[in-house]
Write a protein that binds this ligand. Structure first.
Ligand code: DGY
Length: 323
């Protein structure tokens, strides 16, 4: 038991060792998950807390208004679009995230989607499982190459660069990318070409979305953007669902405006069982698993713990978003 008088609320994803580490600096109240039965208790706990740590944190403006002691929010994610950053800034609450440790794993997920979408792996696996493999696979079921195809990276940050490396070095893919400014190191290493989104969309065979979600990237890929893409191109989204106008994507996939999509993220998660996406054969759907490996989720949780402790003890958080 610590004497600091500090209290931390931990929501989801922390193991015993990580909780014990937090208990060295504060009392810790743990919520393994949230449901209708414990949501009020969670809100009450946050209203008494100095720190809030966890995955898929639920925190809104009303909760912030009721949490006068709250100093630090440490999210176990690199993205923080689900958190009310402006209000946290107004209240002087520090936000920490977990960059770097998930870069390669998320790039692996993007590449898995690229491979599976180009070669129609899930669709063809279903054909075998359902006993529909009764003759030689013919043109109707052929896929498209990955190697040598032009890969467009929309948002060449850390994860985008890691995807580009896989494509260029492993699969001989020419790389196009968008970014706020050119990345000379990426161009020198991979021969990548910085271009405007419109040009990338019209030239790439595979368009991979890796931008953070914010007001500027809301529905960045709308009907007009989809119409710019090649009709045999694939769209891969490991960023956030709302970067894409999902209704426009459904129409585009349905009418063959683009050939296929591989999606790890959706406008609403979990994806509704009523979503028209489920009725399309040319879309591959994953349940937001970009960083979901044992190794990486553990590394993210430790990073969030270190950030929380650094911030609460005054030693400084490594990944302060709004310091
Ligand atoms: C992130 O870290 O932002 C990933 O999307 C997992 O939530």
């Amino acid at each position: 038991m610590v004497e600091s008088g500090r209290r931390i609320v931990a929501l989801r994803r922390l193991n015993h060792e990580q909780l014990e580490r937090l208990r060295q600096v504060a009392e810790v109240e743990v919520f393994d998950d949230l449901n209708e039965d414990n949501r009020e208790a969670f809100r009450a706990a946050v209203s008494r807390a100095h720190g809030l740590i966890g995955g898929k944190l639920e925190l809104d403006e009303d909760m912030l208004a009721e949490a006068p002691l709250l100093e630090v929010v440490s999210t176990i994610s690199v993205g923080y679009d689900h958190l009310p950053l402006a209000e946290m800034n107004d209240r002087g609450i520090l936000l920490c995230n977990t960059p770097d440790v998930l870069t390669e794993t998320t790039a692996d997920t993007a590449f898995a989607l690229i491979m599976a979408t180009q070669r129609r792996l899930v669709e063809l696996s279903m054909m075998v499982r359902e006993g529909r493999w009764t003759a030689h696979v013919d043109r109707e079921h052929f896929g498209s190459d990955v190697h040598g195809k032009t890969l467009g990276i929309v948002g060449a940050g850390r994860i985008g660069a890691a995807i580009a490396r896989r494509g260029a070095l492993g699969f001989g893919m020419p790389i196009l990318y968008t970014a706020n400014s050119a990345k000379p190191e990426l161009e020198a290493e991979l021969g990548a070409q910085h271009c405007h989104l419109d040009e990338l969309l019209s030239r790439a065979d595979i368009v991979c979305l890796v931008v953070p979600y914010n007001v500027d990237t809301h529905h960045l890929i709308d009907a007009e953007a989809l119409a710019r893409m090649k009709s045999n191109a694939a769209l891969i989204n490991v960023a956030r669902g709302k970067v894409v106008d999902e209704q426009a994507l459904i129409e585009a996939l349905h009418h063959g405006v683009i050939r296929a999509a591989g999606l790890d993220v959706f406008s609403q998660e979990p994806l509704s069982v009523d979503s028209p996406l489920l009725a399309l054969d040319n879309v591959l759907l994953l349940p937001h698993i970009g960083s979901a490996t044992h190794e990486t989720r553990d590394a993210m949780a430790w990073r969030a713990v270190d950030n929380m402790i650094g911030a609460l003890t005054g030693k400084g958080a490594v990944d302060a978003v709004n310091a």
